[in-house]
Design a protein around this ligand. Structure first.
Ligand SMILES: *Cc1c(COP(=O)(O)O)cnc(C)c1O
Length: 392
Protein backbone atom coordinates (compact mmCIF):
# COMPACT_ATOMS: atom_id res chain seq x y z
CA UNK A 1 0.00 0.00 0.00
CA UNK A 2 1.17 3.56 -0.62
CA UNK A 3 2.35 5.47 2.44
CA UNK A 4 -0.61 7.20 4.09
CA UNK A 5 -0.63 10.59 5.76
CA UNK A 6 -0.94 11.15 9.49
CA UNK A 7 -4.56 12.36 9.65
CA UNK A 8 -5.64 9.31 7.68
CA UNK A 9 -3.57 7.10 9.93
CA UNK A 10 -5.38 8.45 13.02
CA UNK A 11 -8.65 7.29 11.46
CA UNK A 12 -7.55 3.87 10.19
CA UNK A 13 -4.84 2.60 12.57
CA UNK A 14 -5.75 -0.43 14.65
CA UNK A 15 -9.08 -1.02 12.91
CA UNK A 16 -8.60 -4.72 12.42
CA UNK A 17 -11.81 -6.69 11.82
CA UNK A 18 -10.69 -9.17 14.46
CA UNK A 19 -11.07 -6.35 17.00
CA UNK A 20 -14.14 -4.58 15.60
CA UNK A 21 -16.19 -7.59 14.43
CA UNK A 22 -17.34 -5.50 11.51
CA UNK A 23 -18.44 -2.25 13.15
CA UNK A 24 -16.32 0.91 13.20
CA UNK A 25 -14.96 0.72 16.73
CA UNK A 26 -13.43 -2.21 18.63
CA UNK A 27 -15.58 -4.31 20.89
CA UNK A 28 -15.04 -3.57 24.58
CA UNK A 29 -13.73 -6.92 25.68
CA UNK A 30 -13.45 -7.09 29.48
CA UNK A 31 -11.54 -10.10 30.71
CA UNK A 32 -9.43 -11.69 33.35
CA UNK A 33 -9.63 -15.34 32.34
CA UNK A 34 -9.13 -16.58 28.82
CA UNK A 35 -10.35 -20.17 28.38
CA UNK A 36 -8.91 -22.83 26.12
CA UNK A 37 -10.69 -25.89 24.77
CA UNK A 38 -7.65 -28.04 24.15
CA UNK A 39 -4.03 -28.45 25.16
CA UNK A 40 -3.03 -27.63 21.59
CA UNK A 41 -4.95 -24.35 21.70
CA UNK A 42 -3.40 -23.42 25.03
CA UNK A 43 0.09 -24.19 23.78
CA UNK A 44 -0.46 -22.14 20.64
CA UNK A 45 -1.66 -19.16 22.72
CA UNK A 46 1.29 -19.49 25.10
CA UNK A 47 3.70 -19.40 22.19
CA UNK A 48 2.15 -16.19 20.86
CA UNK A 49 1.53 -14.38 24.15
CA UNK A 50 2.38 -10.70 23.94
CA UNK A 51 1.64 -10.68 20.19
CA UNK A 52 -1.95 -9.41 20.09
CA UNK A 53 -3.45 -12.81 20.89
CA UNK A 54 -5.61 -13.66 23.90
CA UNK A 55 -3.74 -15.42 26.70
CA UNK A 56 -4.67 -13.89 30.05
CA UNK A 57 -6.40 -10.62 30.95
CA UNK A 58 -3.19 -8.96 32.11
CA UNK A 59 -1.76 -9.48 28.61
CA UNK A 60 -4.65 -7.45 27.20
CA UNK A 61 -7.76 -8.13 25.14
CA UNK A 62 -8.76 -7.19 21.61
CA UNK A 63 -9.71 -3.67 22.80
CA UNK A 64 -6.16 -3.17 24.07
CA UNK A 65 -4.65 -4.68 20.93
CA UNK A 66 -6.52 -2.16 18.77
CA UNK A 67 -5.19 0.78 20.83
CA UNK A 68 -1.67 -0.65 20.99
CA UNK A 69 -1.52 -1.17 17.23
CA UNK A 70 -2.86 2.32 16.54
CA UNK A 71 -0.28 4.03 18.76
CA UNK A 72 2.55 1.82 17.49
CA UNK A 73 1.69 2.88 13.95
CA UNK A 74 1.38 6.55 14.90
CA UNK A 75 4.75 6.69 16.69
CA UNK A 76 6.46 4.31 14.28
CA UNK A 77 7.75 1.64 16.68
CA UNK A 78 7.86 -2.13 17.11
CA UNK A 79 5.21 -2.21 19.82
CA UNK A 80 3.34 -0.24 22.49
CA UNK A 81 2.91 -1.08 26.17
CA UNK A 82 -0.06 0.31 28.10
CA UNK A 83 0.06 1.61 31.67
CA UNK A 84 -2.58 2.88 34.11
CA UNK A 85 -1.21 6.46 33.81
CA UNK A 86 1.66 8.45 32.33
CA UNK A 87 3.63 8.37 35.57
CA UNK A 88 3.45 4.55 35.53
CA UNK A 89 4.66 4.46 31.91
CA UNK A 90 7.71 6.45 32.98
CA UNK A 91 8.49 4.63 36.24
CA UNK A 92 7.96 1.15 34.77
CA UNK A 93 10.04 1.88 31.68
CA UNK A 94 12.89 3.00 33.92
CA UNK A 95 12.49 -0.04 36.17
CA UNK A 96 12.39 -2.31 33.11
CA UNK A 97 15.91 -1.33 32.08
CA UNK A 98 17.82 0.08 35.07
CA UNK A 99 19.49 -2.04 37.76
CA UNK A 100 21.47 -1.35 40.91
CA UNK A 101 24.74 0.42 40.09
CA UNK A 102 23.39 2.07 36.92
CA UNK A 103 23.36 5.80 36.26
CA UNK A 104 20.65 7.80 34.48
CA UNK A 105 20.99 11.25 32.90
CA UNK A 106 17.79 13.20 33.53
CA UNK A 107 16.82 16.50 31.91
CA UNK A 108 16.52 19.30 34.49
CA UNK A 109 13.20 20.54 33.03
CA UNK A 110 11.55 17.16 33.54
CA UNK A 111 7.98 16.65 34.75
CA UNK A 112 8.15 16.94 38.54
CA UNK A 113 6.93 13.42 39.47
CA UNK A 114 9.65 11.94 37.20
CA UNK A 115 12.26 13.89 39.21
CA UNK A 116 10.69 12.66 42.45
CA UNK A 117 10.72 9.07 41.19
CA UNK A 118 14.47 9.31 40.55
CA UNK A 119 15.21 10.98 43.88
CA UNK A 120 12.90 8.90 46.08
CA UNK A 121 12.68 5.48 44.41
CA UNK A 122 15.66 4.97 42.08
CA UNK A 123 18.09 6.37 44.65
CA UNK A 124 16.93 3.74 47.15
CA UNK A 125 17.61 1.01 44.59
CA UNK A 126 21.21 2.12 44.10
CA UNK A 127 20.54 3.85 40.78
CA UNK A 128 22.07 7.32 40.62
CA UNK A 129 20.69 10.31 38.73
CA UNK A 130 22.48 13.33 37.29
CA UNK A 131 20.34 16.26 36.12
CA UNK A 132 21.61 18.05 33.03
CA UNK A 133 20.68 21.43 31.51
CA UNK A 134 18.01 20.92 28.80
CA UNK A 135 19.83 23.03 26.19
CA UNK A 136 23.14 21.18 26.56
CA UNK A 137 23.09 19.46 23.13
CA UNK A 138 26.28 17.49 22.33
CA UNK A 139 28.01 18.62 25.54
CA UNK A 140 25.95 15.85 27.15
CA UNK A 141 29.04 13.71 26.50
CA UNK A 142 30.74 15.43 29.48
CA UNK A 143 28.01 13.93 31.71
CA UNK A 144 28.33 10.33 30.55
CA UNK A 145 29.95 7.97 33.07
CA UNK A 146 31.14 4.38 32.72
CA UNK A 147 27.89 3.19 34.33
CA UNK A 148 25.50 5.50 32.43
CA UNK A 149 22.72 3.29 31.09
CA UNK A 150 20.03 5.73 30.03
CA UNK A 151 19.58 9.28 28.74
CA UNK A 152 16.11 10.63 29.51
CA UNK A 153 14.76 13.57 27.52
CA UNK A 154 11.57 15.60 27.65
CA UNK A 155 11.02 18.08 24.85
CA UNK A 156 9.64 20.67 25.33
CA UNK A 157 10.41 20.56 29.04
CA UNK A 158 7.66 20.83 31.64
CA UNK A 159 6.65 24.42 32.53
CA UNK A 160 9.72 26.18 31.07
CA UNK A 161 9.27 24.58 27.61
CA UNK A 162 12.90 24.18 26.46
CA UNK A 163 13.11 22.26 23.17
CA UNK A 164 16.02 19.82 23.12
CA UNK A 165 18.29 19.02 20.19
CA UNK A 166 17.26 15.37 20.27
CA UNK A 167 19.08 14.02 17.16
CA UNK A 168 22.41 15.53 18.29
CA UNK A 169 22.04 14.11 21.79
CA UNK A 170 20.91 10.69 20.57
CA UNK A 171 24.01 10.47 18.40
CA UNK A 172 26.27 11.07 21.42
CA UNK A 173 24.26 8.54 23.46
CA UNK A 174 24.57 5.93 20.71
CA UNK A 175 28.34 6.43 20.52
CA UNK A 176 28.50 5.61 24.24
CA UNK A 177 26.04 2.71 24.17
CA UNK A 178 23.50 4.66 26.25
CA UNK A 179 19.80 4.00 25.57
CA UNK A 180 17.47 6.98 25.05
CA UNK A 181 13.94 7.52 26.38
CA UNK A 182 11.82 10.60 25.70
CA UNK A 183 8.64 11.89 27.36
CA UNK A 184 6.64 12.79 24.24
CA UNK A 185 3.44 13.91 25.93
CA UNK A 186 3.67 17.35 24.27
CA UNK A 187 4.58 15.92 20.85
CA UNK A 188 1.67 13.43 20.97
CA UNK A 189 2.87 11.32 18.00
CA UNK A 190 1.17 13.55 15.47
CA UNK A 191 3.42 16.58 15.87
CA UNK A 192 6.56 14.75 16.95
CA UNK A 193 7.71 11.15 16.58
CA UNK A 194 10.86 10.58 18.67
CA UNK A 195 11.72 7.21 17.12
CA UNK A 196 12.17 8.95 13.75
CA UNK A 197 14.89 10.99 15.47
CA UNK A 198 16.70 7.92 16.79
CA UNK A 199 15.14 7.72 20.28
CA UNK A 200 14.70 4.14 21.57
CA UNK A 201 11.50 4.54 23.59
CA UNK A 202 8.81 7.24 23.36
CA UNK A 203 6.48 7.68 26.31
CA UNK A 204 3.24 9.60 26.49
CA UNK A 205 0.77 10.46 29.19
CA UNK A 206 -2.17 9.46 26.99
CA UNK A 207 -4.17 11.08 29.79
CA UNK A 208 -3.48 14.35 27.95
CA UNK A 209 -4.17 14.74 24.20
CA UNK A 210 -4.84 11.13 23.21
CA UNK A 211 -7.70 10.77 25.69
CA UNK A 212 -8.44 14.48 25.28
CA UNK A 213 -11.51 14.73 27.51
CA UNK A 214 -10.09 14.69 31.04
CA UNK A 215 -11.85 11.46 31.95
CA UNK A 216 -9.25 8.68 31.71
CA UNK A 217 -5.75 8.10 33.09
CA UNK A 218 -3.52 6.19 30.66
CA UNK A 219 0.17 5.88 29.81
CA UNK A 220 1.82 4.46 26.69
CA UNK A 221 5.42 3.55 25.83
CA UNK A 222 6.44 2.76 22.25
CA UNK A 223 9.78 1.01 21.77
CA UNK A 224 11.92 0.29 18.74
CA UNK A 225 12.82 -3.24 17.70
CA UNK A 226 15.89 -3.40 19.92
CA UNK A 227 14.00 -2.69 23.16
CA UNK A 228 10.41 -3.79 22.53
CA UNK A 229 10.50 -7.39 23.78
CA UNK A 230 12.22 -6.43 27.04
CA UNK A 231 9.88 -3.49 27.63
CA UNK A 232 6.84 -5.67 26.95
CA UNK A 233 7.96 -8.56 29.13
CA UNK A 234 9.29 -6.49 32.05
CA UNK A 235 6.23 -4.23 32.15
CA UNK A 236 4.11 -7.38 32.21
CA UNK A 237 6.16 -8.78 35.09
CA UNK A 238 5.79 -5.47 36.91
CA UNK A 239 2.03 -6.02 36.67
CA UNK A 240 1.14 -3.21 34.32
CA UNK A 241 -2.28 -3.36 32.72
CA UNK A 242 -5.31 -1.16 32.01
CA UNK A 243 -9.07 -1.68 31.78
CA UNK A 244 -10.71 -2.40 28.42
CA UNK A 245 -13.08 0.52 29.01
CA UNK A 246 -10.18 2.95 29.42
CA UNK A 247 -8.44 1.52 26.35
CA UNK A 248 -11.64 2.03 24.38
CA UNK A 249 -11.92 5.67 25.46
CA UNK A 250 -8.26 6.35 24.69
CA UNK A 251 -8.70 4.95 21.19
CA UNK A 252 -11.85 7.00 20.70
CA UNK A 253 -9.93 10.10 21.75
CA UNK A 254 -7.13 9.29 19.33
CA UNK A 255 -9.55 9.32 16.37
CA UNK A 256 -10.33 13.04 16.82
CA UNK A 257 -6.92 14.14 18.11
CA UNK A 258 -5.85 15.90 14.91
CA UNK A 259 -8.88 18.15 14.70
CA UNK A 260 -8.76 18.98 18.41
CA UNK A 261 -5.06 19.77 18.23
CA UNK A 262 -5.65 22.15 15.33
CA UNK A 263 -8.10 24.15 17.44
CA UNK A 264 -5.90 24.05 20.56
CA UNK A 265 -2.94 25.22 18.48
CA UNK A 266 -4.82 28.10 16.87
CA UNK A 267 -6.22 29.32 20.20
CA UNK A 268 -2.87 29.10 21.97
CA UNK A 269 -1.06 31.00 19.19
CA UNK A 270 -3.61 33.82 19.47
CA UNK A 271 -3.42 34.00 23.25
CA UNK A 272 0.40 33.80 23.27
CA UNK A 273 0.62 36.59 20.68
CA UNK A 274 -1.63 38.77 22.84
CA UNK A 275 0.37 37.98 26.01
CA UNK A 276 3.72 38.67 24.31
CA UNK A 277 2.57 42.27 23.79
CA UNK A 278 1.25 42.74 27.34
CA UNK A 279 3.26 45.26 29.43
CA UNK A 280 3.41 42.96 32.49
CA UNK A 281 4.79 40.02 30.49
CA UNK A 282 8.53 39.59 30.01
CA UNK A 283 8.30 36.88 27.34
CA UNK A 284 6.24 33.88 26.27
CA UNK A 285 7.60 30.35 26.37
CA UNK A 286 5.69 28.96 23.44
CA UNK A 287 7.74 26.68 21.15
CA UNK A 288 6.50 28.51 18.04
CA UNK A 289 7.91 31.84 19.34
CA UNK A 290 11.54 32.91 18.96
CA UNK A 291 11.55 33.81 22.70
CA UNK A 292 11.31 30.09 23.60
CA UNK A 293 14.68 28.33 24.14
CA UNK A 294 15.15 25.81 21.35
CA UNK A 295 12.68 27.48 18.97
CA UNK A 296 14.96 26.74 15.99
CA UNK A 297 14.95 23.02 16.83
CA UNK A 298 11.17 23.15 17.15
CA UNK A 299 10.88 24.63 13.65
CA UNK A 300 13.21 21.95 12.30
CA UNK A 301 11.75 18.86 13.99
CA UNK A 302 8.07 19.42 14.95
CA UNK A 303 4.96 19.42 12.75
CA UNK A 304 2.90 21.68 15.00
CA UNK A 305 2.23 23.09 18.45
CA UNK A 306 -0.76 22.65 20.74
CA UNK A 307 -2.66 24.35 23.58
CA UNK A 308 0.14 24.28 26.16
CA UNK A 309 2.59 27.14 26.81
CA UNK A 310 3.94 29.34 29.57
CA UNK A 311 4.74 33.00 29.98
CA UNK A 312 7.20 34.73 32.30
CA UNK A 313 6.15 37.85 34.20
CA UNK A 314 8.53 40.81 34.50
CA UNK A 315 7.92 40.96 38.24
CA UNK A 316 5.58 39.48 40.81
CA UNK A 317 4.88 38.14 44.27
CA UNK A 318 2.77 35.35 45.73
CA UNK A 319 -0.11 37.72 46.58
CA UNK A 320 -0.36 38.97 43.00
CA UNK A 321 -0.23 35.39 41.66
CA UNK A 322 -2.91 34.17 44.07
CA UNK A 323 -5.20 37.11 43.28
CA UNK A 324 -4.66 36.52 39.53
CA UNK A 325 -5.53 32.83 39.85
CA UNK A 326 -8.58 33.52 42.02
CA UNK A 327 -9.94 36.13 39.60
CA UNK A 328 -9.81 33.91 36.50
CA UNK A 329 -13.20 32.59 35.39
CA UNK A 330 -12.51 30.40 32.35
CA UNK A 331 -9.08 29.12 33.41
CA UNK A 332 -9.44 26.65 36.26
CA UNK A 333 -6.44 25.66 38.36
CA UNK A 334 -5.44 22.10 37.55
CA UNK A 335 -2.30 20.05 37.09
CA UNK A 336 -3.27 18.16 34.00
CA UNK A 337 -3.76 19.43 30.44
CA UNK A 338 -4.77 18.11 27.01
CA UNK A 339 -8.52 18.07 27.70
CA UNK A 340 -11.04 20.40 26.04
CA UNK A 341 -10.93 22.89 28.90
CA UNK A 342 -8.56 25.78 29.66
CA UNK A 343 -6.30 25.45 32.70
CA UNK A 344 -3.73 27.51 34.59
CA UNK A 345 -0.87 26.89 37.03
CA UNK A 346 1.69 29.35 38.38
CA UNK A 347 5.16 29.19 39.91
CA UNK A 348 6.75 32.15 41.70
CA UNK A 349 10.32 30.79 41.93
CA UNK A 350 10.36 27.26 40.44
CA UNK A 351 11.81 26.21 43.81
CA UNK A 352 12.54 22.47 44.00
CA UNK A 353 11.83 21.99 40.29
CA UNK A 354 15.32 22.75 38.92
CA UNK A 355 18.68 21.66 40.32
CA UNK A 356 21.17 21.83 37.41
CA UNK A 357 20.07 25.17 36.00
CA UNK A 358 18.22 27.15 38.68
CA UNK A 359 15.68 29.86 37.85
CA UNK A 360 16.41 33.58 38.28
CA UNK A 361 13.62 35.04 36.15
CA UNK A 362 10.14 36.24 37.07
CA UNK A 363 7.12 34.12 37.97
CA UNK A 364 6.12 31.49 35.40
CA UNK A 365 2.47 31.06 34.52
CA UNK A 366 1.46 28.04 32.45
CA UNK A 367 -1.74 27.93 30.44
CA UNK A 368 -3.53 25.19 28.63
CA UNK A 369 -5.78 26.72 25.99
CA UNK A 370 -8.94 24.68 25.65
CA UNK A 371 -11.64 24.78 22.99
CA UNK A 372 -13.48 27.86 24.29
CA UNK A 373 -13.78 31.01 22.16
CA UNK A 374 -10.47 32.87 22.27
CA UNK A 375 -12.23 36.22 22.78
CA UNK A 376 -13.61 34.98 26.11
CA UNK A 377 -10.19 33.72 27.20
CA UNK A 378 -8.49 37.01 26.30
CA UNK A 379 -11.09 39.04 28.18
CA UNK A 380 -10.58 36.79 31.19
CA UNK A 381 -6.79 37.16 31.09
CA UNK A 382 -7.04 40.92 30.64
CA UNK A 383 -9.15 41.43 33.76
CA UNK A 384 -7.03 38.95 35.78
CA UNK A 385 -3.76 40.66 34.79
CA UNK A 386 -5.38 43.92 35.94
CA UNK A 387 -5.94 42.29 39.33
CA UNK A 388 -2.31 41.04 39.28
CA UNK A 389 -1.06 44.60 38.74
CA UNK A 390 -3.09 45.92 41.66
CA UNK A 391 -1.13 43.63 43.98
CA UNK A 392 2.40 44.57 42.83
C1 LIG B 1 0.83 14.63 32.96
C2 LIG B 1 2.21 14.27 32.55
C3 LIG B 1 2.74 13.03 32.89
C4 LIG B 1 2.03 12.05 33.80
O1 LIG B 1 0.86 11.56 33.29
P1 LIG B 1 -0.30 10.98 34.26
O2 LIG B 1 -1.20 10.27 33.33
O3 LIG B 1 -0.91 12.17 34.93
O4 LIG B 1 0.36 10.07 35.24
C5 LIG B 1 4.01 12.72 32.43
N1 LIG B 1 4.72 13.58 31.69
C6 LIG B 1 4.23 14.78 31.35
C7 LIG B 1 5.08 15.69 30.52
C8 LIG B 1 2.98 15.18 31.78
O5 LIG B 1 2.53 16.40 31.47
Amino acid sequence: MTKINKNTQLVTAGRNKAYTQGVVNPVIQRASTVVFDSVAELKEAAKKRGESTLFYGRRGTTTHFALQEAITELEGGAGCALYPCGAAAISQTLLSFLKSGDHILMVDSVYEPTRDFCDKILAGLGITTTYYPPMISTDIKEYIQDNTKMLFLESPGSITMEIQDVPAMVQVANEHNVMTVLDNTYGNGLHYRPLEHGVDISIQAATKYIVGHSDVMMGVAVANKKYWSTLREHSYLLGQCTSADDAYLALRGLRTMAVRLKQHQQGALEVATWLAAHPLVDHVRHPAFASCPGHEVFKRDFDGSNGLFSFVMKTGNQKAIDAFLDSLQHFKMGFSWGGYESLVTANLTMKGLRSATGWSQGPVIRLHIGLEDVADLLADLEQALGVYQQHL
